[in-house]
Design a protein. Structure first.
Length: 197
C-alpha cells in the first residue's frame, strides 16, 4: 500500500460536469476534499455559463483536466464520445434547473449534455437552486423523469447560506456536505447503491 493510501481510498475515472450555478465557486473545495481519499483521475467538463462564474484555468489548478468544449481545435480528441468512453462515472455538481431540463428532454445543445446522452456509465446529479425554483412542478417533473430514465438525482440539502442572488443569508437548497458527496461518489464508482447516503 502506498504511503498516501488508506483502507478507504478508491480509484476510477471521474467526470465532473459543472453548470452555471453560483455554487460552482465551491467546486475546488469539493475536488480538494475528494483528493483526500480518491486516487483516480478527475476531469471537469464546464458549461459556458459555469465558466462565467469560475474560470476554467482556476478549476485546472485542482482537476487533472478541464474541458469546456468551446475550442473546436480540441474536438478531435475531446468530444462527447471520447469523454463518455473515457470515464467510469459522471457527477454533475452543481446541476442547474436548465441542465436538468435539457437532459430530461433528451436534448444535447452543449458538450456536457451531449456527453451525458452518449454515456453508458452511471450519471448522478446534485441540483442547486433557490427553494422557489426547486419547488416548481416543472423542476420536480424533470427530476422524476431523470430518475425514471435511470439517472441518480440527489435532493439538495437544506440549510442557511448566503444567497448571491438576493444578497441575504437564507435557508436554501445547497450542495451536499463534502463527506456525503464523497461517500456517494465512492459507492457509485464501485457500482453500489448510494440512494440511502
Ligand atoms: C447570479 C446567478 C446565479 C444563478 N444561480 C443558479 C442556480 O443556483 N441554479 C440554477 O438552476 N440556475 C442558476 N442561475 C441561472 C443559470 O445560470 C442559467 O439558467 C444558465 O442558463 C444555466 O446554464 P447551464 O445549465 O448550461 O450551465 C443563476 C443565474 C445567475 C445570474
Amino acid at each position: 500500500m502506498d504511503i498516501q493510501d488508506t483502507p478507504s481510498s478508491f480509484e476510477g475515472r471521474l467526470l465532473i460536469g459543472a453548470t452555471g450555478s453560483a455554487a460552482v465557486a465551491m467546486l475546488p473545495m469539493y475536488i480538494g476534499a475528494l483528493r483526500s481519499v480518491f486516487r483516480g483521475s478527475i476531469t471537469v467538463l464546464m458549461t459556458r455559463t459555469a465558466t462565467t462564474f469560475l474560470p476554467a484555468h482556476t478549476v485546472g489548478l485542482f482537476a487533472d483536466r478541464v474541458v469546456t468544449g468551446e475550442e473546436a481545435a480540441t474536438w478531435p480528441r475531446e468530444n462527447h464520445a471520447t469523454l463518455a468512453a473515457g470515464h467510469d462515472l459522471t457527477v454533475i455538481l452543481p446541476a442547474t434547473a436548465n441542465t436538468l431540463s435539457v437532459i430530461a428532454s433528451g436534448a444535447a445543445p452543449n458538450m456536457l449534455t451531449t456527453t451525458v446522452l452518449a454515456a453508458t456509465h452511471p450519471v448522478a446529479f446534485f441540483p442547486v437552486m433557490t427553494g422557489e425554483m426547486w419547488g416548481k412542478p416543472a423542476v420536480q417533473r424533470n427530476v422524476a423523469w431523470l430518475r425514471e430514465d435511470g439517472y441518480h438525482v440527489y435532493d439538495p440539502a437544506s440549510g442557511p447560506r448566503y444567497d448571491v442572488v438576493t444578497g441575504e443569508f437564507i435557508d436554501s437548497p445547497q450542495p451536499p456536505p463534502p463527506p456525503r458527496f464523497i461517500e456517494i461518489v465512492r459507492r457509485l464508482m464501485a457500482g453500489n447503491d448510494a440512494s440511502g447516503v
